[in-house]
Design a protein. Structure first.
Length: 229
């Protein structure tokens, strides 16, 4: 596939300049000139078109990309990959190129939900990385697939051990993980918060996110506020 055709199409479907300016503001780790300004639903629709046309694998083979939206398109294509081994292989290929929270957080392949045992091996490796967004991605996967029927307290320990307060986007994901855990596994997550297992910034951010959640009761929110440091 001629990747210039993909770039041209992304420029054709870009939104107004105000939206591009907003994206440039909220994605400070991406060079402003590398943001085209395409709305996320439009990128998702384009991913469906490529998959329907059967040309998506040709695009996925091409790394690195130039524009933010190309990476967003790439992970959205992988989100619908049905073969676990293919998805893992392609995840490993693209992770070193992810340099922003938006692409990282949009990257949640559906097939992983059916292969949580096999996925865990890879998550442990990602959490041991020194790359900020690879660590963030590992925590994101634990948040996405291991806080319901597959939950174990040892997974919380994995997040605590992987947290890097010196890496902003890892710390923010850790806070998001524990805010979600407070909604889904309240007692286990509350013990982490009560025992001050997280650094102060991450601790307070987790509480902030939790009290903003509609999934946590007013009584729980009131108590969590007393635990701020």
């Amino acid at each position: 596939m001629d990747c210039d055709l993909v770039q041209n199409h992304l420029f054709e479907i870009r939104s107004d300049t105000d939206y591009r300016a907003l994206q440039q503001k909220i994605l400070p780790t991406v060079e402003p000139d590398l943001i085209i300004g395409v709305r996320t639903p439009d990128v998702k629709a384009y991913a469906k078109d490529l998959r329907k046309a059967g040309t998506h694998y040709d695009f996925i083979k091409e790394l690195p990309h130039k524009y933010y939206e190309e990476y967003l398109l790439h992970v959205m294509l992988l989100n619908d990959e049905k073969d676990f081994e293919t998805c893992i292989r392609e995840t490993e290929r693209i992770l070193p190129y992810i340099d922003n929270w938006a692409v990282c957080d949009q990257f949640v392949p559906k097939v992983y939900k059916k292969h949580t045992d096999e996925l865990l091996v890879h998550i442990k490796k990602w959490l041991a990385s020194d790359a900020e967004y690879t660590i963030r991605y590992g925590i994101k996967m634990l948040m996405s697939f291991y806080l319901d029927q597959d939950f174990r307290t040892e997974y919380m320990e994995m997040v605590i051990n992987a947290d890097r307060p010196d890496l902003k986007y890892v710390s923010m994901m850790t806070a998001w993980y524990f805010a979600t855990a407070l909604a889904k596994q309240y007692d286990a997550a509350l013990k982490v918060i009560s025992d001050n297992r997280l650094d102060r910034v991450t601790h307070n951010k987790a509480i902030q996110k939790a009290v903003e959640s509609f999934r946590i009761t007013d009584e729980q929110k009131a108590y969590l506020r007393t635990l701020r440091r």
